[in-house]
Ligand binder design. Structure first.
Ligand code: C2R
Length: 184
């Protein structure tokens, strides 16, 4: 998941079990043509490595950190303690508390050390990719254009779903003679 250009985003995660979720972030960054590095590190299990890795990525020019972790998810907060770059946290779902533990651990940062916390799980991971792109787009007009096109694509996809549903209901209405309940 690391492409050949110099990474502008680092996707960090606490374990390989987070990878299926965090791949959603990578997919969005691929879509916008943003280079990124993907690494596993743990504030709990490998604190020294976490410190060194964040310092190294920071030095190498990473602009935004996206950090996924589950359970007592302290990784994003610890990353934020080591860098002045923006940190986006993604709480993993699953576990006995279905990700609510990770959500609270990620979002409840003490003043001075923000972590922009996304939704639990895949939607959060996807949005982390979009938010990272939006941050980078502040300095990159081409990227901003791609984000605008993405918004238009979202709008078109809703239109398409509505058109399809309306056509299906029309078909059904032919059989039952009506389109909406209000029509009764
Ligand atoms: P395993 O699947 O390796 O047992 O990990 C990981 O992000 C993962 O979701 C279970 C969960 O533990 C999380 N983990 C953290 C941290 N390190 C690992 N929350 C940390 O440093 O915050």
């Amino acid at each position: 998941m690391t492409n050949s250009k110099k990474p502008l985003v680092a996707i960090l995660m606490g374990s390989d079990s987070d990878l299926p979720t965090m791949q959603e972030t990578g997919k969005m960054l691929d879509k916008f043509g943003i280079a990124y590095a993907t690494r596993i590190t743990s504030a709990h299990r490998s604190p020294r490595k976490t410190h060194e890795l964040v310092a190294e990525l920071d030095r190498d020019g990473v602009q935004v950190f996206v950090v996924g972790a589950g359970l007592a998810a302290h990784l994003a907060g610890v990353v934020a303690s080591f860098t002045a770059r923006p940190v986006i946290g993604v709480p993993m779902g699953g576990g006995s508390l279905q990700g609510v533990d990770a959500l609270y651990s990620t979002v409840q940062m003490p003043g001075g050390v923000p972590v922009a916390t996304m939704a639990i799980g895949r939607h959060g991971a996807k949005n982390a990719g979009v938010l990272a792109a939006q941050i980078l787009a502040l300095q990159d007009e081409g990227l901003r254009d791609r984000l605008v096109a993405f918004k238009e694509e979202l709008e078109r996809s809703v239109e398409e779903k509505d058109r399809k549903l309306t056509a299906e209901l029309r078909g059904a209405a032919g059989a039952v003679g009506e389109l909406t309940r209000e029509g009764k």
